[in-house]
Design a protein around this ligand. Structure first.
Ligand SMILES: [Zn+2]
Length: 49
């Protein structure tokens, strides 16, 4: 089972799950499924691993 983490969108405050290996500390922007905002994991309002 792939490792995942929760990221909270800095724009709409919704949390969603993202694949850890692909997106954590990778420099690839996350895509919020709620509002469509793209942001780095370092820009997330909160991260839960
Ligand atoms: Zn959002």
């Amino acid at each position: 089972m792939p490792r995942a983490f929760w990221a909270q969108c800095p724009k709409c405050d919704e949390s969603f799950q993202a694949h850890y290996d692909e997106l954590r500390n990778s420099g690839i922007k996350l895509l919020c499924p709620t509002c469509g905002h793209r942001f780095l994991d370092s820009e997330a309002k909160s991260i839960t691993e």
